[in-house]
Ligand binder design. Structure first.
Ligand code: COA
Length: 711
């Protein structure tokens, strides 16, 4: 049995020294593992009968790399670099056997071995850039020595892992095998010894290929979108360029740049989001379950855009889907849309025709609600209409066995009220998917007042199955994301238009801040009518005084629905997405402003960004204080994965911490005085600022049970 206190074991199989390391769940190279590996290597190299050493994972993943939790303090020795030096200097060949994933420090460990053998299902990569880090254990120096400088820079800047066969073609691994990796790797060691192939330190190889300016800008250009607003790439380029220098000089540049990157705000923010995404699915008090309920058959009611998107998400996850709509024509339209969506994925090379056909075949259209009966879970995705939704949910409740989850995909209505339209409100909750359902990583799970933890547990299983980040929200106006968007971010953007900023000025300022798309362009893309409809429903729950989306609602009234009608906040040419300013809209905004006695003025970009982002933070704090969101970090996940907030700024609440809450409160009070009631500072920010605290500390205290929650 595995002894958790000893993650590394050493055995001798004839003349092969076998080092196994096993540190679940991802075989991270923490201090204990590094110590164990260094000790085992020393034993092997001192043992007179050992002629080759094999390093292999005891689990099914080679290693996900350095232990990210160790990055917050000084690293205890032996460092990975010291371990690698010992491997390279070993007097006998050292072989890495790669199964599953070899990422980051995991791959860097393998790069320092003299030979590499991989299972055909293995994937290898340096994902550090996604965390704002320069690979710091020789990755920028050894990878170019093995595969050439250009492919190395491409691989490090993309951060995406490559398959074993590709790694073999590039020269990153020496052999790819199927079947049992351990057996093949031992045989590989034996043949090295037989062929008298000794140690081959990667540091002694020379780099092939040249990284001139035009090659670098071409590669950076290919990743420009993913790296927008980021700085790590510059440090990566410097380090990879240094690989042509003597190894010691190159590695010194890598170390300096890796340290710089680790200390950067960008990296702190990206690491915060990484852990926040993993934390968000953890809910206190969930029942211990002996077995997990099966989720194989899914019924979706309502074949509109959302229902069709959700059907594809489940089909992509290998589930069979019954898509129900009583309207034949709606089903036919949905079938066409789904088919054309898959066809476009095939055309872009994202899917093979065979896989697309297989996914398509998992979705069956039906017109009778009774067809839900065999489903493991059912999701209602009909129009946002309380009575209609209640009727559908109540029918689902009578058709499905009492242990099945019933979800509503509402983005506006009260989940509690909808649940109470059934005889089993305990099994009803909200699954709020975002558009496009297939691409968006966020899944808001809305817990009604009667929803039980058992039901919540199934919803979390659903999120896992769909590889989405679940964030649990209380059942209140707009849940987490839309509340912050409507009461905070978008409302402020509209207010700025009324005060004299143009749609393109607001959008450009926020896009330069790092948002994927500015608020007005988002409204035009999603459809101004869609926003208006959601607000009408929300207002039945709680109303908001004028001015509240007066511009967007007027555009809807005028039929300026956005891209789909060629006119919205902007003008569009047929079939194009480029947004052109429209003087008619400027005139309309002026009219709406003067009706409200607002006199236009010049507004700077800085003010636009500050007001929109502070408004977002302020409402976020209210959502947290009201117990609608559990953690500040959950809000960051909602905004970075569902609403285009720049990941490298960590999400609105993390960003607030970096601004300093005392400063945030001061500025919010300033706008409160200037603009009135709706800028009233959230009590939680005032309290935290007074205590010189942060949202991160608040999360930590909450986790430790020091805080009492309002829920
Ligand atoms: N260091 C420390 N903890 C790590 C880790 C790392 N490098 N990689 C993953 N973990 C932890 C996660 O936080 C999670 O912990 P939790 O269960 O307490 O929440 C657990 O390992 C499982 O990770 P998760 O991401 O939920 O599993 P997965 O199977 O979906 O994905 C990976 C596995 C390896 C693909 C993914 O975790 C990953 O990308 N890790 C980071 C890899 C990386 O960037 N390495 C370079 C580090 S410099």
């Amino acid at each position: 049995m595995r002894d958790a206190s000893k993650p590394v074991t050493y055995d001798e199989l004839g003349f092969v020294g076998l080092i196994r390391f096993d540190n679940p769940p991802v075989n991270a190279l923490n201090h204990q593992v590094r110590t164990g590996l260094a000790e085992a290597l020393a034993r092997a190299t001192k043992s007179p009968q050992i002629k080759a050493v094999l390093i292999i994972s005891g689990g099914n993943m080679f290693s996900a790399g350095a232990d990210l939790k160790e990055f917050d303090g000084p690293l205890a020795e032996p460092s990975l670099q010291q371990l690698q030096a010992a491997i390279e200097m070993a007097p006998v060949p050292v072989v890495a056997a790669i199964s599953g994933l070899a990422l980051g420090g995991g791959l860097e460990l393998a790069l320092a071995c003299h030979y590499r053998i991989a299972h055909k299902s293995a994937k290898l990569g340096l994902p550090e850039i996604t965390l704002g880090i320069v690979p710091g254990a020789g990755g920028t120096q050894r990878l170019p020595r093995l595969i050439g400088s250009r492919p190395a820079l491409e691989m490090i800047l993309s951060g995406a892992p490559i398959a074993a066969a590709d790694a073999m073609a590039k020269g990153l691994v020496d052999k790819v095998v199927g079947g049992d990796l351990g057996d093949s790797a031992i045989n590989h060691c034996k043949s090295l010894v037989h062929d008298r192939l000794g140690p081959r330190p990667t540091r002694n190889l020379t780099v092939s290929g040249n990284l001139d300016e035009s090659t670098i800008s071409e590669i950076l250009g290919a990743h420009a979108r993913a790296l927008k607003g980021r700085t790590t790439q510059k440090l990566v380029v410097d380090a990879v360029r240094a690989a042509v220098l003597p190894f010691a000089d190159g590695i010194a540049i890598e170390a300096a740049n890796a340290n710089k990157s680790l200390a950067s705000r960008e990296s702190l923010a990206l690491r915060h989001v990484f852990f926040a995404e993993r934390e968000s699915g953890k809910v206190e008090g969930l029942p211990q379950r002996a077995t997990q309920p099966e989720i194989n058959r899914v019924a979706i009611v309502g074949a509109g855009t959302m229902g069709s998107g959700i059907a594809m998400v489940f089909a992509d996850a290998g589930r069979s889907v019954t898509l129900i709509d009583t309207d034949d024509a709606a089903l036919a339209r949905s079938g066409t849309a789904i088919r054309s969506n898959y066809a476009s994925s095939v055309k872009r090379g994202r899917l093979s025709q065979e896989i697309a056909d297989e996914r398509m075949s998992r979705i069956r259209g039906r017109t009778k609600l009774a067809d839900v009966a065999a489903a493991d879970i059912a999701i209602e995705a009909v129009f946002e209409d309380m009575d209609l939704k209640k009727k559908v949910l109540s029918s689902l409740d009578s058709l499905l066995p009492a242990d099945r989850l019933i979800a509503t995909n509402t983005s506006a209505l009260s989940v509690t009220e909808l649940g109470r339209a059934t005889a089993h409100a305990s099994r009803v909750l909200g699954l709020h998917f975002f558009v496009p359902a297939q691409a968006s990583k966020l899944l808001e799970i809305v817990r009604g007042k009667d929803t039980t933890l058992d039901t919540l547990a199934i919803a979390l299983d659903v999120a896992k199955l769909l590889k989405k980040f679940p964030v649990v929200s209380g059942d209140a106006f707009g849940f987490i994301g839309n509340r912050m968007m409507l009461d905070g971010y978008f409302r402020e953007a509209e207010q700025l238009l009324l005060e004299g900023a143009s749609p393109q000025q607001v959008d450009t300022a926020l896009e330069q801040f790092g948002f994927a798309m500015g608020p007005q362009r988002v409204s035009d893309l999603g459809g101004n009518d869609v926003g208006t409809k959601v607000r009408v429903q929300l207002f039945k729950r709680e109303s908001r005084p004028d001015p509240y989306f007066v511009i967007a609602d007027r555009l809807t009234k005028l039929g300026r629905l956005g891209q789909k009608t060629g006119r919205g906040f902007y003008r569009y040419l047929e079939g194009r997405r480029d947004a052109f300013p429209d003087p008619d809209v400027d005139k309309l905004i002026e009219e709406l402003a003067s009706e409200r006695g607002i006199v236009g003025r010049e507004i700077g970009d800085e003010e636009i960004v500050e007001r929109c982002v502070l408004a977002l933070i302020n409402v976020g704090a209210m959502v947290l204080d009201d117990g609608i969101a559990t953690r500040a970090s959950d809000i960051d996940v909602v905004w970075t994965s569902g609403y285009g907030f720049p990941r490298h700024l960590g999400g609105p609440m993390f960003y607030a911490d970096t601004l300093g809450l005392a400063h945030v409160v001061k500025r919010i009070r300033h706008y409160h005085e200037k603009l009135g009631y709706y800028w009233c500072p959230a009590g939680l920010i005032e309290r935290l600022a007074a205590e010189n605290s942060t949202f991160e500390q608040w999360d930590r205290q909450r986790k430790a049970g020091v805080l009492t929650l309002a829920v």
